[in-house]
Design a protein around this ligand. Structure first.
Ligand code: ARG
Length: 444
């Protein structure tokens, strides 16, 4: 069955038919297409287009179809909308042929995709929440695990592993807030916009929107059917979230290397080598980092598809679905695998602490100590630089230098300097909101 045969004399080329068809992927919208159709029938009934009997026949038929249809079976129909209408007509006859009154596949598909996305957003939102909770509980266990903090991947100042985990908590909280914020733009109903110019049937769109769970209706029919901003917004949220996961994965890969040796991944989330028997590889982290590229690709795909389109609907827009579905699937599995992987990591606390001792990470504290003795910071910086150079030459840490040695750089230096440059005190002394802190309870 075709929804548009009347105007044609000849039949469509076989390859063209295959090319044009979207059923292999838009079958995923089946449930939403049926749901939208049920409510459209109610709208037509309220508008006086369908009788009560016809409406009930359509609604019962659609509900049965929803129950009976195996969506793993891909039929020959052009798209999911054609499929649902065919199944309904086969089931209830002529009343089924009335369902498409005042509706186009253009407002229909835009509505279906929004309904699908609303569910996907809920699903992904709870995955992100679980990830945040997992990171928070790891952070709570490591409030006093001192590790090197880096800039330029050079040891910079001591932080805690808890503080490092909470940096990612902040990122994922922003992702969640972006996701929740987008709902107010996704949750607007295009149905009733027709093919591009609305419909002459007096359908109460707000009534239909309420039944479908939308907050409001779109206000311009051309925009309603020609808009995919909501998909692009989701893909852009997804790209940012994947960028965060990917940075985290990069750290996991580094940390699990022999060179860092800060963590060991659980066997559940590692793989081996077919040739090198000793290998334990962080494949989960690498794959998530790799899949980030594919999500970025989906964003660029749709931005590029949309950039040259005149109003309103164009068939190019059928390309939105694979990019969206693939992103939803990729995001879900990446967040879930990542959460499992991070939940089971073994933190090598003492290796982190040892690494924090080397690399002159208390140099800033040393300079701050001089400042506390009345020396201007710029001068203190210079003196400290010289002390570090001297210690490098002696192949030792600042705290290994004798007070006599230290005093030769600046007379104001006293034995209380050792306390001031202690790593724990370095963290303890941080005072601004957002600085790392120690959980002092543990020291009591
Ligand atoms: N399969 C199409 C899509 O996904 C549905 C809308 C088709 N509309 C049309 N007039 N050909 O975009």
């Amino acid at each position: 069955m075709k929804l548009w045969g009347g105007r044609f004399k000849g039949s469509v080329d076989k390859l063209m038919e295959e090319f044009n068809s979207s059923i292999s992927f838009d079958i995923r919208l089946f449930k939403y297409d049926v749901e939208g159709s049920i409510v459209h029938a109610k709208g037509l009934n309220k508008a006086g287009v369908l009788s009560d009997d016809e409406t009930n026949l359509i609604i019962d038929g659609l509900n049965e179809i929803l129950k009976e249809t195996d969506i793993n079976h891909i039929p020959d129909d052009e798209d999911v909308h054609t499929y649902v209408e065919r199944l309904l007509t086969e089931k209830i006859g002529d009343a089924g042929r009335k369902l498409h009154t005042g509706r186009s596949r253009n407002d229909q598909v835009a509505t279906d995709v929004r309904l699908y996305l609303k569910d996907a957003i809920k699903d992904i939102g709870s995955d992100i929440k679980l990830l945040i909770e997992t990171l928070q509980s790891i952070a709570d266990e490591h409030n006093n695990t001192i590790m090197p903090g880096y800039t330029h991947l050079q040891r910079a100042q001591p932080v805690t592993f808890g503080h490092h985990m909470r940096a990612y908590v902040e990122m994922f909280k922003r992702d969640l807030s972006r996701l929740n914020d987008m709902v107010k733009r996704v949750n607007i109903m295009p149905l009733g916009s027709g093919a591009l110019a609305g419909t002459s049937y007096n359908i109460d769109r707000r009534y239909v929107a309420e039944l479908l769970g939308f907050d409001d209706v779109t206000l311009n029919s051309l925009d309603a059917v020609g808009d995919r901003d909501f998909v692009i917004e989701f893909l852009s949220f997804s790209s940012i979230l994947m960028m965060h996961l990917s940075r985290f994965c990069e750290e996991i890969v580094l940390w699990s290397s022999r060179e860092f040796d800060f963590i060991e991944l659980d066997d559940k989330y590692s793989t081996g080598s077919s040739m090198m028997p000793q290998k334990k590889n962080p494949d989960a982290a690498e794959l998530i980092r790799g899949k980030t590229g594919r999500v970025y690709g989906n964003l660029i795909t749709l931005l590029t598809v949309m950039k040259g389109l005149p109003l309103a609907y164009n068939k190019d827009m059928q390309e939105d679905k694979e990019a969206l579905f693939d992103t939803v699937d990729t995001l879900k599995i990446c967040i879930e695998v990542f959460t499992g992987m991070i939940k089971t990591i073994h933190v090598k606390k003492s290796n982190m602490e040892t690494a924090a001792k080397y690399g002159y990470m208390n140099a800033t504290d040393f300079a701050d100590y001089l400042v506390s003795k009345g020396i201007p910071f710029r001068k203190a910086h210079e003196i400290t630089g010289k002390v570090v150079l001297y210690a490098i030459d002696k192949n030792c840490a600042i705290e290994d230098l004798s007070i006599k040695d230290l005093k030769s750089f600046c007379d104001s230096i006293d034995v209380d300097v050792y306390e001031a440059i202690d790593l724990k005190n370095s963290i303890r002394n941080k005072k601004t909101i957002g600085s790392p802190t120690l959980d002092e309870k543990e020291f009591r």
